[in-house]
Design a binder for this molecule. Structure first.
Ligand SMILES: Nc1ncnc2c1ncn2[C@@H]1O[C@H](COP(=O)(O)OP(=O)(O)OP(=O)(O)O)[C@@H](O)[C@H]1O
Ligand SMILES: [Mg+2]
Length: 569
């Protein structure tokens, strides 16, 4: 994306506030008029009231001054309120847009990022882009009017002197140009280093157990020192750019003033201008030079925003999960089929190579295979987290891409290999939507075996389970995940080593339920345990990227597989 279109897109966040901005413009005009009148009233108080001994003018003017001050403050407050509202609303809008996008991005987006990194990047980019609607920036746009009116005043007094004031514009523009290109480069480094730091920081927290067990304190503290050193240096350099810009700005403005005194003095000597006119000119020139600087400094601001804007817009334009289907699923459950499916996460590293298999409605199918053979990958494709490189997945004969994603995923009750538990209580983790009837929740708890655990704890269903179920045992976590899946009561049940942490009794109970009490539901069970193959209608083995159907009647195939792979069991 070109810088200009990024800028336009950034500025487009101001568009919804055009009426509010118009009102802000009115307030600004008001406060300018008030600011303009105040010196005149003070002059009247001094010259006519005090020096002229005119009591009624003194009292009248003081009253007017008081009214002007109060009005000025009221306008100031209203203006602040308006600007704060505009800024907060635009920040919220951009953040909400980013969050909505985040939830709908492809699963692959999250593979090489951790939470801290994602949150840091989004928050940083959103607040940078939203700064286009903050008070300072918006006010700077309005300065164009101040400059025009100020220039008109200057031209009326002396067009010759006005040239001196105008001479600063190209000089300041030149300076800002130089500083802003440095600023943009530096901001790029700042956001990248920040991203790197938060990624590293989050990683420490996720791996806190390992840090303790391996005594990684010294190493991690040294990493902290090195990473912070880079960040702090960048921060310092960044602040110094602003400081240098302000320094040059002040020098330039003072040069203008000094030149005005000098040339103004010469013009006075030549009787071309009066003393009062020169002093008035100098005062008015400040009304122009300040706003000119502020307006040109916008380039600096955009240079600061640009790297974040680029990153944010790239993020907002990322591809979402493919969801273009409009067909509706008829079978309940539908017949599922993998037709010659080939898939690789990374180019030239194929995981599945021409996989063929099917699941008839109501069938219970088991998939076995060594670690890394691609069993969970099969599920990733079935659940449309990834799309096959070749071949097709069908449901009732139609390609799965023809069904709307939400409707399609409603078909599945899934217990994945590493289910995630939310930061909530047990009830909230079983009934994720919060809308299930209590008796159904009770049944799901009973069937999964989690009911026994809940009965043993005093808080029962209200017990908080910690980050990803940190307060639960491995088996309890799995039971909770199974309860959640059973509660969904979808026509196809998918279990990816769902009961690997169950005790023998609980596992046998769950297995019996799956095999004998789920009539009408299709089941796909990935397992490493021989006992779990009992009662399954069909057993597939995944090997070398291909799916092979085992002859479960002879049991010979299976036993030899189990024997060969007994280290997994
Ligand atoms: N997101 C990913 N990106 C790149 N490679 C991946 C990704 N997920 C899995 N893989 C690789 O794909 C292969 C198959 O992984 P998969 O998770 O499907 O194995 P699995 O059969 O479920 O193994 P396990 O029995 O250990 O659960 C592995 O070699 C793994 O390293
Ligand atoms: Mg797996």
């Amino acid at each position: 994306m070109k810088n200009r279109s990024i800028l336009n897109r950034t500025l487009s966040y101001l568009a919804p506030f055009k009426w509010k901005l118009a009102i802000a413009g009115l307030y600004l005009t008001f406060s300018t008029i008030i600011g303009f009148l105040q010196p005149l009233v003070i002059q009247k108080i001094t010259d006519e009231g005090m020096l002229g001994n005119n009591f009624s003018v003194l009292v009248g003017s003081v009253l007017i001054l008081a009214i002007l001050v109060i009005l000025g403050q009221i306008v100031e407050m209203a203006q602040t309120r308006l600007f704060v509202t505009i800024h907060i609303k635009s920040y919220y809008t951009i953040f909400q847009q980013a969050f909505k996008k985040l939830l709908r991005l492809k699963k692959s987006y999250f593979e090489d990022k951790n939470n801290a990194e994602v949150l840091n990047s989004i928050q940083m980019d959103v607040s940078q882009v939203a700064s286009v609607t903050d008070r300072y920036t918006v006010m700077s746009f309005f300065y164009i009017f101040r400059i025009i009116s100020g220039l008109a005043g200057l031209l009326i007094i002396s067009w010759k002197l006005t040239f001196i004031v105008l001479a600063m514009v190209p000089l300041k523009a030149f300076l800002v140009r130089g500083f802003s290109s440095r600023q943009e480069k530096m901001m790029n480094e700042v956001i990248e280093s920040n991203r790197d730091f938060s990624r590293w920081f989050g990683d420490n927290l996720e791996g806190i157990e390992e840090v303790k067990l391996w005594n990684l304190f010294a190493k991690r503290e040294e990493d902290f020192r090195l990473k912070q050193r880079v960040l702090l240096k960048l921060q310092k350099d960044n602040s110094m750019i602003d400081a240098w810009n302000s320094l040059w700005e002040a020098l330039l403005e003072w040069s203008v003033t000094i030149m005005l005194y000098l040339i103004g003095g010469i013009l006075i000597c030549r009787s071309e201008l009066t003393i009062g006119a020169v002093f008035a000119f100098v005062s008015y020139s400040w009304y122009v030079t300040g706003p000119v600087s502020a307006l040109l400094n916008l380039k600096m601001l955009f240079a600061r925003i640009m790297p974040s804007a680029k990153r944010l817009f790239k993020f907002l334009d990322m591809d979402l999960e493919t969801d273009e289907g409009t067909a509706h699923i008829t079978g309940c459950p539908p017949r599922l089929e993998f037709k010659n499916v080939t898939f690789a996460y990374q180019k030239n590293k194929p995981i599945l190579q021409g996989v063929n298999f099917h699941v008839e409605p109501g069938e219970k199918v088991a998939i076995i295979g060594a670690n890394g053979s691609g069993k969970s990958t099969i599920l990733n494709l079935l659940l449309r987290f990834y799309i096959p490189d070749k071949g097709e997945l069908t449901a009732d004969g139609l390609s799965v891409s023809q069904f709307p994603l939400t409707e399609y995923r409603l078909l599945f009750s899934v217990v994945s290999q590493e289910p995630y538990l939310f930061l909530d209580n047990i009830a909230g983790n079983i009934d994720l939507t919060g809308q299930a009837p209590p008796e159904k929740v009770r049944d799901a708890m009973q069937a999964s075996g989690v009911a026994g655990y809940i009965q043993r704890i005093p808080e029962g269903l209200n017990a908080q389970i910690g980050h990803n179920g940190a307060r639960l045992s491995g088996g309890e976590k799995q039971k909770l995940a199974v309860a959640r899946a059973l509660l969904k009561d979808a026509p196809i049940v998918i279990l990816d080593e769902a009961a690997s942490g169950f005790d023998v009794e609980s596992e046998a109970y769950l297995h019996d339920m799956i095999v004998n009490q789920m009539a009408g539901k299709s089941v796909i069970m990935i397992t490493h345990r021989y006992e779990n193959l009992n009662g399954m209608d069909r057993i597939y083995k995944l090997e070398n990227g291909r799916m092979i159907q085992l002859d479960q009647k002879s049991k010979h195939d299976i036993e030899s597989w189990v024997l060969k792979n007994k280290n997994y069991n």
